[in-house]
Design a protein around this ligand. Sequence first.
Ligand SMILES: C[S@@+](CC[C@H](N)C(=O)[O-])C[C@H]1O[C@@H](n2cnc3c(N)ncnc32)[C@H](O)[C@@H]1O
Length: 348
Amino acid sequence: MLSRLRDEIGRSGGWISFARYMELVLYEPGIGYYAAGARKFGAAGDFVTAPELGALFGRTLARQLRELPYPVLEFGAGSGALAEALLARAELDYTILETSADLRARQQARLGARVRWLEQLPGRIRGVVIANEVADALPVHAVAWRDAGILERGVAWSEGRLAWAERPATGELLEESQSIDVPVPYESEVGLIGRAWMRALAERLEEGVIFVIDYGFPRAEYYHPQRAAGTLMCHYRHRAHADPFAHPGEQDFTAHVDFSGLAEAAVETGLQVLGYATQAQFLVNCGITEVLAEANVESALHYAPLAAEAQKLLSPAEMGELFKVLAVGKGVSTPLLGFARGDRAASL
Ligand SMILES: C[S@@+](CC[C@H](N)C(=O)[O-])C[C@H]1O[C@@H](n2cnc3c(N)ncnc32)[C@H](O)[C@@H]1O
C-alpha cells in the first residue's frame, strides 16, 4: 500500500488531495481497507455498527419500512446484518448496492437468493434507499482556514513517510469553504463527495424515500468554534485515534456527516426533507419499546443482551444523540412514523 501511495503522489507532482488519499486507502481494489479481506465488522473487527450489535435496530426500522409500499435499496450493506434483520421482519423486495467485491461476496454467502446485488447506481429509483454508516465512509476534502487564507490539506511523501501538505484551495472547495463561518485558525472537512453522492441519488429518485443514518451534525454544530481540529477519526481494532497515516489500508477512517450539506444537495435536486431526528428519537417513534416488549422478559438470558443493545442504540452517551436519521424524498404523502415526534429538520 505504501509504495502504491508513494507512486501515486510522485505521479501527481508530489501531492494528492486528502479525498484521493481516503479513496485509495479505503477503496482501491485489492488493497483498500473495504476492498480487501480483513474482518472489519463486529467484536473481532475494528468497529461495531448498529446492525452489528444485534437484530433490534433492524427489527425497529422494519416497522417504518412496512408502512412504505416500496422496494428497498440498501447502500454499503457491510456484513449483511441489517438486511438479514429486516428481511426476517418484513416482506421486502431487497437490493444491495455494494462497491466492495469482498463484502459483496460475504453478503451473498449470508443472504443468498433473498437479495439482488448491484455494483452501480441504477438509472431510476422508485423505492426506499437505506444508507447506514455509509455517508461517513465517503471521502472528504480537508481544509485549513488560516490567516494566510483558505488552504486545502493534502498528502505528500516526505522523509520516507506520508505527511500533511497544504496548498491554496481552489474551485468548488474554495467557494464552499468561503461560505463556512469559522474562527481562524481552524481545520475541518468538507463533504463535496457526499453531496455529489446525494445529488446522484436524488436525480434518480422518481418516487420514494432516502434514509441516511449516521453520526454527524447540522452545519452550525459541525463547524462549531470548539471543533477546531475537525472530525476525522480512525479505527484500528476498536481503538479510535486521529492519525490517518498510521496503518494505511488496514484501518478504517471516517469523518462526521454534515447533514445540512446532504439536505441542501437533496433539496437543490428536487427532493423534500421528510424528517431529521436523533437515532434515539427515531427508534422510539418507530416503536423500539414495543419490539423490546415482544421479547421474553422472564428469561434473563434472552432479555439481558436485548436490553444492553437498546441501551447502546438509545443512550445519549452512546449512539442515541450523536447518530442522526435524515429522510429526504419525493412523492411520499404519508408522514413518516420515525419523525412523528421530535423532528429537528428546522435545525438543518
Ligand atoms: C462503515 S461500513 C457500514 C456497513 C453497514 N451499513 C453497517 O451498518 O454495518 C461502510 C460500507 O459502505 C460501503 N460503501 C462505501 N462507499 C460506497 C458507495 N459509494 N456506494 C455503496 N457502498 C459504499 C463500504 O464498502 C461498506 O460496506
